[in-house]
Design a protein around this ligand. Structure first.
Ligand code: PLP
Length: 407
């Protein structure tokens, strides 16, 4: 293992110090949501307790403090993903909310009867259903870029799927099931050659990759705070200004208007045009605190450690008879989904739970991938930089117990 000080890191996370059913918690459900470092918990607590007032409105001390923190958070995120301008960062409630915003607004402006939208077989439901509903509303067609047996996106099929009718291509940077890092830069270049804008679902990608939206040249990028060691209820839609300027508002109400009369409403400029109502300024500050924390511990060191741990886990899991990991294609992140012959995922999860081991099981919000691999469900262990080899050993021992009980 690298010199990454795992004991010090773990001490930053209060949730990791607890026991469940009298056993030390082994938390391996990080692709669903991550635990929060103490500094994030403290930042949220402090705002809830003291620094709390609605933003962008009043001029009193607390309102100014909160507004400044909110806009500072926007700037922290802009820098984190290297967006060109702060107004290209729209705060949302999360990835799902961001994709719904885009599917509605982009759809209203650009999608017509007979048009086509491309998604991939590796998407989370969040990056399928909003586009499917849009297609139903508009009479458009949803087209699918498939994955092969190793979980690799079959990018070579893209030239035949992209047509003059394609309006947008939506692809996840990292699958929440397969953990495979998709070649999004190549996909973006191919799509742009057909003048098709690209949305990257970065819900998992931002956790495992350095993201530079300008270098990627993606048109839209979305992610959630809670998967990045930040709070729930906050997320981001990044969009190139030239696109966001053209899109109509999604939700409407306070803070997103320039003026309102009974005959005509005019809208605020970016980013507020897309931030109707009271924003989650506490969540935004919490997310910025999480990003600052990640930068303070060194994301390169954390990733290197996570990669070593993943290699260790893949090897340890492969000693279990009848276990098959899905998504062997490289490069792969620390999301490990697998099945075990003769073991129902829900039984495995229930037994592991009683051993204090938290994994995710079932269809993993990816029915289409389950259909692709002809499975009812999978078991998913997703690792974070605060996990340890001992926790992997506990998982493997737990799975052996599951096997014994099931056979
Ligand atoms: N996209 C991917 C790849 C995900 O992994 C998830 C959550 O698991 C989502 C979208 C949805 O994220 P949220 O539930 O935070 O909106």
């Amino acid at each position: 293992m690298s010199t990454f000080d795992i004991t010090a890191i773990r001490s930053n996370f209060p949730a990791l110090q607890q026991q469940v059913y009298g056993k030390p918690l082994v938390y391996l459900d990080n692709a669903a949501t991550t635990q929060k470092p103490q500094c994030v918990v403290r930042a949220i607590d402090e705002m809830n307790a003291k620094i709390n007032a609605n933003i962008h409105r009043a001029v009193h001390y607390l309102a100014v403090q909160c507004t400044e923190r909110y806009e500072q958070a926007r700037e922290t995120i802009r820098r984190f993903i290297n967006a060109d301008k702060p107004q290209e960062i729209i705060f949302t409630a999360g990835t799902t909310a961001a994709i719904n915003l885009l599917a509605f607004s982009f759809g209203e402006r650009f999608v017509r009867n007979g048009d086509e939208i491309i998604v991939t077989e590796a998407e989370h439901h969040s990056n399928i259903v909003p586009w499917q509903l849009l297609c139903e509303r508009k009479g458009a067609t949803l087209k699918i870029l498939p994955v092969d047996d190793t979980g690799r996106l079959q990018t070579e099929k893209l030239p035949e799927i992209l047509t003059g009718k394609t309006r947008i291509l939506c692809v996840t940077q990292v699958s929440n099931v397969l953990g495979v890092v998709n070649p999004v830069k190549t996909i973006i270049q191919l799509a742009h050659a057909h003048h098709v804008p690209v949305l990257i679902d970065g819900a998992q990608g931002i956790v495992h990759e350095d993201v530079d939206v300008q270098a990627l040249d993606c048109d839209f990028y979305v992610f959630s705070g809670h998967k990045l060691y930040g709070p729930t209820g906050i997320g981001v839609l990044y969009g190139k200004e030239k696109w966001l300027e053209q899109l109509p508002p999604y939700q409407s109400g306070g803070d997103m208007i320039a003026s309102v009369s009974f005959t005509k409403t005019t809208f605020a400029g970016l980013p507020l045009k897309f931030e109707a109502g009271t924003a989650n300024y506490i969540g935004a500050h919490g997310l910025a605190t999480a990003i600052n924390y990640l930068q303070s511990i060194g994301s390169a060191a954390a990733r290197a450690y996570e990669q070593q741990l993943t290699a260790y886990a893949v090897e340890a899991l492969s000693t279990i008879g009848g276990l098959q990991i899905y998504g062997a294609a490289a490069p792969k992140t620390s999301v490990l989904s697998f099945s075990i012959n003769g073991v129902h995922p829900s039984d495995a999860a229930a037994i592991l739970d009683k051993l204090g081991i938290a994994v995710r099981t079932g269809r993993l919000c990816a029915d289409t991938l389950m259909q692709r691999f002809r499975l009812q469900g999978m078991i998913r262990a997703s690792l974070a930089f605060y996990n340890t080899k001992e926790e992997i050993d506990a998982l493997v021992n737990g799975l052996r117990q599951v096997q014994k009980m099931m056979h």
